[in-house]
Design a protein around this ligand. Structure first.
Ligand code: SF4
Length: 202
């Protein structure tokens, strides 16, 4: 059983698969408390669901993309690994906050956050995770200040990764233009993006 906060369809709003209609499975509970967290409602609320229940939901989804998110799904690592093995013929993304080892997670796309100083949780990151990520995975940076970019540049120079670096501003709190200028000035191979699912009235 896994404690699930919500299961819903939406467009993938972040990262390299943004734009695909996706079935999201949001696990309840998180070990971090990021300052700008937009899923605080998932810290405690949820219902325990069986593997059978979850697999049925996944099987009945007309879409290929499944996103297991949170909260922090790897708090239930043993159960999540079992669930992944039971899922057939889908493209699985796991979103994880970067504070839990990912080496033994085998999915199509590990989408790992690298928390930055403006989150107040950057000291909880396991930097060695970066070396286990592959090109098929992604590192997500949510930028809330210039200091965040300077810090991220320093960390990513020290801890190399094969995964693409995807950067986005904290929603309505930081300027995409400032990130662009920083990328240009520092000649960084970062992919700039926005949270597509927040543009409901575009
Ligand atoms: S890791 Fe994600 S869910 Fe947990 S506090 Fe940070 S933003 Fe919220």
């Amino acid at each position: 059983m896994i404690k699930i906060n919500e299961i819903f369809y939406d467009i993938e709003g972040e990262g390299k698969n943004s734009g695909f209609l996706t079935l999201f499975i949001r696990v309840s509970g998180c070990n971090l408390r990021c300052k700008w967290c937009d899923t605080k409602y998932a810290y405690y609320k949820g219902k325990y669901r069986t593997f059978k229940y979850l697999i049925n939901k996944i099987k009945n989804s007309p879409f290929k993309h499944i996103n297991i998110t949170g909260g922090e799904p790897l708090l239930y690592k043993k159960e999540i690994k079992k669930l992944i093995k039971l899922i057939k013929n889908k493209y699985i993304t796991i979103e994880t906050n970067g504070s839990i080892p990912i080496r033994d997670i085998k999915v199509n796309n590990i989408s790992m956050d690298l928390k930055l100083p403006s989150s107040n949780e950057h000291k909880k990151m396991l930097f060695e995770n970066l070396k286990y990520l592959k090109e098929k995975d992604q590192v997500k940076l949510v930028i809330g200040s210039k200091n965040d970019m300077i810090y991220a540049k320093k960390i990513l120079k020290k801890y190399k990764t094969k995964a693409p670096i995807i950067v986005q501003p904290v929603y309505k709190k930081f300027s995409i233009e400032k990130i662009k200028k920083f990328i240009l000035k520092n000649k960084l191979e970062w992919k700039l993006s926005i949270q597509l699912h927040k543009l409901k009235n575009y």
